[in-house]
Design a protein around this ligand. Structure first.
Ligand SMILES: Cc1cc2nc3c(=O)[nH]c(=O)nc-3n(C[C@H](O)[C@H](O)[C@H](O)COP(=O)(O)OP(=O)(O)OC[C@H]3O[C@@H](n4cnc5c(N)ncnc54)[C@H](O)[C@@H]3O)c2cc1C
Length: 432
């Protein structure tokens, strides 16, 4: 099938992949290598996702380079800096670039939209220089000078170690890494790594890079202080309070999957993850999902799920089945990750009454406490209705109040008025 590019940005693909991280790249490559006409869309300036993007300073890792090369050879059509925000009719997605609007039509669709950091609110977390761990890493990758700065890294999950090592390589001083998980959980996680040789190599490398940096388990930030910007952070460390002077706090509590687009398209989500069958097919015919939206499991799981989805979407189910054993191994690691870094209940007590929970709409913890559900809080306080569309506060309230953020409405990302007008026209046409 040939691409039909028109001036208004209309294109049709046999297989369309949304998300250009490892899962999306692997999916696009495998589908294109089967002869399908494949398009891949990512909202960042380059492909690679959270882990491979901006590796250019030292060149891509060997693994990443292999996938970039295969993508090039397989002649996948790339659309970078383009974000999918709506589905006006079955088989059609609308996506915005900085100046363009694309109407993307597909035979089969693969959603590989990744994950984001989970933020938990505590007094002072909205001060300048308190940032997400991955967020600060991304800013340094984009040129933020970090050399000589004191950075406390806190929260939960292996990302903290990767970020601390990255910041140190760029000259930051890291006085402490605070991990909310207990020593026993970390020890179990370490023991489980022995069954995953690739992970052991990564762990040893991280250990070397972080030599001399204390890793404090059962520790978390309780307050960030400073007059105009962050000056110090107070942590709870095994039940005792300790204050550390610093220039930045890099803080994230593991990851939450980006399930908004799959949900908008009607895919069933169960326990927070997109439900998939053995071929990565969602509950919607012709829509597959791979990578972090189906479970937080790291780059190996993302790659193998992406390959299975790509092969299945191109009609090669038999070939996809050969990868099931590899996926089972990677999924076992995902389960260990989930157990080791499960959030401790004490973290529900982090916010004070005045702590802002929804920073887009300035909604405090005490305002939210009066409501029984996410929906009621949204209606009464505008929580989750700002520019981030609840991407930060919804996972926080899910943990703090055990709410279920159930309402997904188009557009899944803020879009220009002209784009919304086209969406409306297409919806009308589809209804006729
Ligand atoms: C902030 C952050 C930093 C991380 N840093 C590291 C690290 O340093 N080392 C490490 O080992 N692991 C890191 N990880 C974990 C790593 O991302 C995963 O292990 C794995 O790479 C996930 O691959 P993926 O393809 O599923 O998702 P991702 O790599 O997240 O790729 C998904 C892509 O889809 C794009 N996207 C989402 N929605 C849309 C849309 N509607 N339209 C267009 N594009 C869209 C996203 O912008 C993203 O580029 C990080 C994760 C996060 C969230």
């Amino acid at each position: 099938m040939k691409a039909e590019m028109r001036r208004d940005g209309q294109q049709r693909f046999d297989v369309l992949v949304i998300g250009g991280g490892p899962a999306g790249m692997a999916a696009a490559v495998r589908a294109a290598e089967c002869g399908a006409h494949v398009g891949i869309v990512d909202d960042n300036a380059t492909l690679g996702g959270q882990i491979w993007r901006s590796e250019s300073e030292h060149g891509p890792t060997e693994d990443a380079a292999k996938w970039y090369q295969r993508l090039l050879t397989a002649k996948v059509t790339k659309r970078c800096g383009v974000r999918v925000f709506h589905q006006p009719a079955a088989g059609v997605l609308l996506a915005e670039g900085s100046d363009d609007l694309y109407e993307l039509r597909y035979g089969n669709l693969i959603l590989a939209t990744g994950a984001r950091e989970r933020f938990l609110p505590f007094p002072g977390w909205t001060l300048p220089n308190v940032m997400g761990a991955g967020g600060l890493q991304a800013m340094v990758k984009s040129g933020l000078p970090i050399s000589g700065k004191r950075v406390v890294v806190a929260g939960s999950g292996p990302l903290l170690l990767a970020v601390a090592a990255y910041l140190r390589r760029h000259g930051a001083r890291v006085p402490m890494i605070c991990e909310q998980a207990s020593w026993s959980n970390l020890a179990r996680f370490g023991a489980a790594l022995l069954r995953h040789p690739a992970k052991i190599i990564q762990a040893v490398q991280l250990q070397r890079e972080l030599a001399g940096v204390p890793l404090a388990p059962k520790s978390w930030p309780v307050a960030a202080s400073g007059r105009e910007v962050l000056e110090s952070v107070t942590i709870s460390r095994r039940g005792k309070l300790e204050t550390i002077n610093c220039d930045y706090l890099a803080c994230g509590f593991h990851l939450v999957p980006n399930t908004e687009l799959p949900q908008l398209l009607g895919c069933q989500v169960s326990s927070g993850y997109v439900q998939v069958d053995e071929l990565q097919g969602t509950t919607v015919q012709g829509i597959y999902c791979a990578g972090e939206p189906t479970g937080i499991g790291g780059v190996e799981l993302a790659l193998v799920e992406g390959q299975i989805a790509g092969l299945a979407a191109a009609g090669r189910a038999q070939e996809a089945r050969k990868l099931f054993a590899e996926r089972d191994r990677a999924r076992r690691f995902a389960r260990i990750l989930d157990q080791a870094f499960r959030l401790r209940p004490e973290l529900r007590n982090l916010p004070s009454a005045e702590t802002i929970v929804c920073r887009c709409e300035d909604v405090s913890y005490s305002c939210l406490q009066r409501h029984a559900s996410w929906r009621a809080a949204k209606l009464q306080t505008r929580c989750g209705m700002g520019p981030c569309q609840g991407r930060v506060c919804a996972p926080a309230t899910q943990f703090l109040f055990r709410w279920n953020p159930d309402s997904i409405r188009p557009p899944v990302f803020p879009a220009r008025v002209e784009s919304l007008a086209l969406a409306g026209r297409r919806e009308q046409q589809a209804a006729q």
